[in-house]
Design a protein around this ligand. Structure first.
Ligand SMILES: CC(C)(COP(=O)(O)OP(=O)(O)OC[C@H]1O[C@@H](n2cnc3c(N)ncnc32)[C@H](O)[C@@H]1OP(=O)(O)O)[C@@H](O)C(=O)NCCC(=O)NCCS
Length: 383
């Protein structure tokens, strides 16, 4: 069942499989993953620290293993909440969650004290919020933080949350009523912070579930060139399109990034482009343009802008790509972007058997000098 969350409707639920796979963050050590009852001891250890519990309204102090086990047996089952474990180097170190509270979805998070002050929570909560907006139809996320918890306030501000009110709430651990600041991040504000590329004719944006149906209609044919399919959108059906979008939402940005290409003039979805970290300093670029839109230079226009973004945002020193040996149209796009031929070999696309492919590489220095004499008009915004 697809995630169908919409804060304006009642009784929505998140698909339990949303966090079946890890959600990666910009730091390889920090991940979001599905919680399991076996995490109860780690949760109890983290929340039994008064320094953690005092900033969380509904966590009592002392907090024991029995409390964590009771939480797994009860509230953790709520299908209207979205929750993820935060792991650092494979060990559970905290949690991030979205719970329905009074018609809104409220963000909550905590990190065990030994991990504080290293930017871990900002990274993990940021990845969670990005994932929640990309993978659901959520209209807004709210968060409450106690006015004497500046770390939480700064974290929310950094993620784009805007303060919108003050309220007094009960703190179980403090056994007192505490003043809180209410902050909100709307989908529009979140969207405005997402990586975006504008070329003369195209808008390139990260996908969300709102794009599923159109994405599923995209490939009238199977991708032929697609630089050969390592980042391919083999997306001819709704479930494949949804899986493609969820995969994109789980990837560690900006080391990996997938973008949907739309024509500015009509808003029509015409293709996909993206890169993925292959080895330190090197990203693999993949792209695909719908068959009806080929022959107008659109792919070269998008690829040149995406390559610039991969160098800037993905911190790449080199971009690699490949195309089927017989695919002259894709080869032309690749050559026009300044890639140098590196060799030939067998490449295994995301589906099907291995195909004969040519491999190409573009180093940062070559790209910079190439850009000098073939300036391109595009605008990158990292959000
Ligand atoms: C809030 C919490 C998750 C932050 O975790 P963290 O990994 O240490 O946070 P980060 O390192 O990402 O830092 C977040 C911001 O707070 C700032 N910060 C950290 N400690 C601070 C402090 N004591 N005073 C002021 N600012 C502080 C950081 O500098 C950073 O701001 P910046 O990005 O502008 O530099 C963690 O302290 C925690 O779990 N606290 C207890 C539970 C809690 O408060 N949950 C949130 C409830 S709303």
């Amino acid at each position: 069942m697809p995630p169908q969350h919409d804060v304006s409707s009642s009784g929505p639920s998140f698909a339990p499989s949303l966090f079946a796979e890890d959600c990666l963050t910009a730091s390889p050590a920090v991940r979001l993953r599905r919680l399991a009852p076996a995490d109860a001891p780690a949760i109890a250890e983290g929340l039994s620290d008064f320094e953690v519990a005092r900033n969380l309204g509904r966590v009592p102090h002392p907090y024991t293993l029995a409390d964590a086990e009771a939480w797994f047996a009860g509230p953790a089952q709520d299908p209207d909440a979205l929750r993820a474990g935060l792991s650092v180097n494979g060990a559970l170190a905290g949690m991030v969650s979205l719970d329905p509270v009074g018609g809104a979805m409220q963000l909550g998070y905590w990190l065990a004290k030994p991990f504080w002050g290293r930017g871990i929570a900002t990274q993990a909560v940021g990845a969670f919020v990005d994932f929640a907006f990309a993978a659901t139809r959520l209209g807004a996320v709210e968060a409450l933080h106690m006015v004497d918890n500046p770390a939480s306030g700064r974290l929310l501000r950094r993620l784009g949350f805007a303060p919108c009110g003050v309220t007094r709430e009960r703190s179980l651990a403090r056994r007192a009523t505490v003043e809180h600041t209410l902050s909100r991040l709307t989908r529009a504000d979140w969207t405005a912070r997402q990586p975006a590329i504008e070329t003369a004719r195209l808008s390139l944006r990260t996908p969300t579930t709102a794009d599923v149906e159109e994405t599923a209609r995209l490939p009238a044919d199977r991708p032929v060139g697609l630089a050969t399919a390592q980042t391919a959108a083999m997306i001819g059906q709704l479930d494949e399109a949804r899986a493609f979008i969820l995969r994109a939402a789980r990837e560690p940005r900006p080391a990996n990034l997938r973008l949907l290409m739309r024509l500015k003039e009509t808003g029509a979805l015409v293709g996909t482009i993206g890169w993925r970290a292959a080895e330190p300093g090197v990203v693999d670029l993949g792209f695909w343009l719908g068959v009806d839109h080929r022959g107008r230079g659109l792919m070269t226009e998008a690829a040149r802008a995406a390559i610039e973004a991969a160098f800037r945002w993905g911190a790449a020193d080199a971009v690699r790509t490949s195309c089927r040996a017989t695919d002259w149209a894709t080869r032309q796009v690749i050559i026009r972007c300044g890639f140098q031929w590196e060799g030939s070999g067998l490449v295994r696309p995301t589906s099907g058997g291995p195909v004969a492919a040519d491999q190409f590489r573009l180093d940062r220095d070559t790209f910079l000098s190439f850009r000098e004499w073939t300036p391109a008009a595009f605008h990158l915004s990292a959000g």
